[in-house]
Ligand binder design. Structure first.
Ligand code: PLP
Ligand code: COI
Length: 340
């Protein structure tokens, strides 16, 4: 293992040793790519991604478990989500087997960067983009699938301490018929200004409401939203404007397995602010408890502002499963094989 201070890790980039690169021309089949030393690369000024944002990313983590194995969490789901995004952005979908083989290679090559169990994870970032030159607004003539990885710690400052969020009054993340349901790179830059303003005002992130009625919660920056009222979990249903989070789907299954009622429904800001607990979730965010939500003049503090019992229980079981402290009833872990 690398000699770094694992406990000082935040969600930021530490360059590692190897990246993976595959390229394809439009109309041809993907062939496996190769590992290359992690480095800058050259690209046409007219690349589709630079000019028209034809690009997608994924985010996944490789964990070192208590059994000292290195595992992914449901990597096939990331492969499928990237395929759905590729269809939406007119890019050739990367076959699931090639995707999984590629992430295994990258993690194996960078295995010394996987933090010790419970002290972070190796964040793996697959990207797919139009790399060939194009002038008119049209798909690029060629595409690149690239993967890099970096050891990370908590996404929000303070780890499991509850975060304060603010509902965005002036901005929306996605509209019906748009690209909110896929991990298009173009979905993220428009969130930077609202997020910056929220952070400058002392909040950890913004909550977006739906663009049609401006009444229902959609997402928290780059994480899905849940609240708990009288022991029942609610999360916004997948209407096409919300990113279908793999953590979200897993929490729904895990909670039901633990006997909780879970509803996927319209969650008004009003109902969310009257709930007993709230949290947001994602690969980067894991389960992050929400301590308070501000909506205009109104502020709701959940309980005493510390993580609630349902949130803590789900966190313990999700992270327990990922660390192999608990049995993987669902078959969600995927071991990174020893590729020699
Ligand atoms: N919502 C958005 C907008 C995201 O970018 C992410 C991160 O991938 C999520 C939700 C959570 O998704 P997942 O749990 O698959 O990481
Ligand atoms: C993730 O949770 O993996 C994300 O992609 C969130 C963010 C870092 C964009």
């Amino acid at each position: 293992m690398k000699d770094i201070d694992w406990d000082a890790l935040t969600f930021s980039l530490t360059p590692t040793d190897w990246m993976y690169v595959a390229e394809v021309n439009a109309g041809e089949a993907w062939m496996p790519g190769s590992l290359q030393p992690y480095a800058n690369f050259s690209i046409s000024p007219a690349a589709g991604v630079l000019n028209y944002g034809q690009g997608l990313f994924e985010g996944m983590k490789a964990y070192r478990t208590e059994a000292d194995r290195i595992v992914f969490f449901r990597p096939e789901e990331n492969a499928r989500r990237m395929q759905a995004g590729a269809d939406r952005l007119r890019m050739p979908p990367v076959p699931e087997s090639l995707f999984v083989d590629a992430i295994e290679q990258v993690v194996h090559a960078n295995r010394d960067w996987v933090p010790p169990c419970g002290r972070g994870a190796l964040y793996v970032r697959p990207i797919l983009f139009g790399s060939g030159p194009v002038l008119g607004v049209a798909p690029a003539p060629s595409f690149t699938f690239m993967i890099y990885c970096t050891p990370v710690g908590p996404y929000f400052k303070g780890g499991m301490s509850a975060i304060s969020l603010v509902i965005s009054e002036d901005h929306h993340r996605a509209a019906p018929g748009g690209s909110g349901g896929v991990k298009a790179i173009g979905n993220y830059a428009p969130g930077m200004m609202p997020s910056y303003a929220a952070k400058a005002a002392g909040f950890a992130e913004v909550i977006y409401l739906d663009a049609e009625t401006h009444t229902c919660i959609e997402e928290v920056g780059a994480a899905n939203f849940f609240c708990v009222k009288d022991g029942v979990l609610s999360t916004p249903s997948l209407t096409g404007t919300i990113l279908p989070g793999i953590t979200r789907a897993s929490i729904i299954e895990l909670a039901r397995h633990r006997g909780l009622e879970v509803r996927e429904e319209r969650v008004t800001a009003e109902a969310a602010m009257a709930a007993d607990e709230a949290f947001c979730c994602g690969t980067a965010a894991v389960i992050s408890p929400i301590g308070s939500i501000t909506h205009g003049e109104q502020v709701t503090t959940y309980g005493d502002g510390t993580p609630g019992p349902v949130t803590m229980d789900l966190y313990a079981h999700l992270t327990g499963l990922q660390a192999e402290r608990e049995e993987d009833h669902f078959g969600w872990l995927h071991e990174v094989p020893d590729l020699g």
